[in-house]
Design a protein around this ligand. Sequence first.
Ligand code: PHE
Length: 485
Amino acid sequence: AIHLYHQTLLYTSKIGYVLAASGSAVGLGNIWRFPYLAAKHGGGIFLLTYLVCALTFGYALLIAESGIGRMTGKGPIGAYRDFCAEKKGLLKIIGAGGWINALVPLIVLPYYCVIGGWVIKYIAALAGNPIAVFAKDVFVTGADGGQVSASADYFSRFIASTREPLGCFLLFMGILAAVVSSGVQKGVERFNKILMPLLIVMIVAICIYCCFLPGAQEGLCYYLAPDVSKFSFMTVIAAMGQLFYSLSIAMGVMITYGAYMRREDDLVSCVNQIEFFDTAVAFFAGLMIIPPVVSFGGKAAAENAGAGLIFITMPQVFASIPCGRIVGVVFFLLVLFAAATSAVSLLETDIHSCCQELKISRRSALAVVVAEAALVGCITVLGYSVLSDVRPLAFIRHCAGMNILDALDFLCNSILIPVAAIFTTLLVVAVIGLKRFSAEIGQGKPWRRAGVFRFCMRWTVAPCLLLILLYSTGFFDCRPELRTR
Ligand code: PHE
């Protein structure tokens, strides 16, 4: 019976695995964060830096995580435990890394769903309202009595209300719970198999449309032409930080999905495809967003973009282009799909960890995790209204202004994720051993970028992660989006 149970926890095909893992990787990070980071850090030069990092560090960590999962058939906690169990001393302590990897998705899931809820609201708003209410030149009196653009006012009023954002958040969570409750094959795999191809068709269609709008050329140049003068150390740090987030690394997700992979599928080629997917979608998202934003608001609009980019600036853009309402609805549907497939991966990871550690059924684990996410998510939503004075990280000077969502995001992205990834590197290099690990990945055969993998894991990944940790915790301000939120 145990064997049969395990069978239903495997993806049925290689493409099923690739689409599910890509579904996790392609998310809000690709569509919202990547384009404005690229715009801010010199366009083409950022793209180039990102690509180099993706082909080296990103590749190494993605291989590492999927491999750990497949070797053990377990989620992060169980996998770390298996490897560290018979070790002693310092090596045994590395086993704790599994818990950090498992903690991250528990924190990320609730606030990711809050943003997913905002996206649902915007689909309804664009479909139901005349698009002109979002136009750039419509101003209203804001909450503080000054003039603000109607689009910005709409957004701030929405998130500062209580009932609507709570409803949208719970709706989003409900959809996820329904998908995951149908299991790995019928739920997660099928969901991704339908949504990911749709997402790609939509993103390419909007890209083509946006790149042919009058005035798009300036934005295209801005996005694609490398501006060497803007290259700095920060470009590299920003690119690496974005990369880890974008590939869903250090969240236990790729370990868990790796565990669901069939042993006969070629892990190396899967990882290549996932990496390609994720980078391609990020690139297209830039093509879809930057040209219209630049032609509409100039370079400043792109450079100063933060969280408001998709919720404030994009609706203004849609109000100014032909067929804007339709394009807008399709755009937000696409964002919704990207967010939902990522959130499903977080939920699945949480459930897997809960099942294994608490020794309960999938159904009970689903209930536990959904309850946790609903509770934390509701508190996060209220962080914009009833609890807007709460500053969870007020004791850290440069985090003093962060509301609940920003604080959770900071905690994960800037602290826990780099730490978790350092543990994964240590696990592979010190506990498992690179030789044994590479042999296992290639299932005995040599593979093409094995040298790159070993070199990165041994020499570069951990120091770079340490740098990211130092920079993002305030040694140097490399999280400008936190300031603009
Ligand atoms: N990779 C996702 C993105 O780009 C972020 C994410 C990571 C979401 C892990 C879910 C799980 O948005």
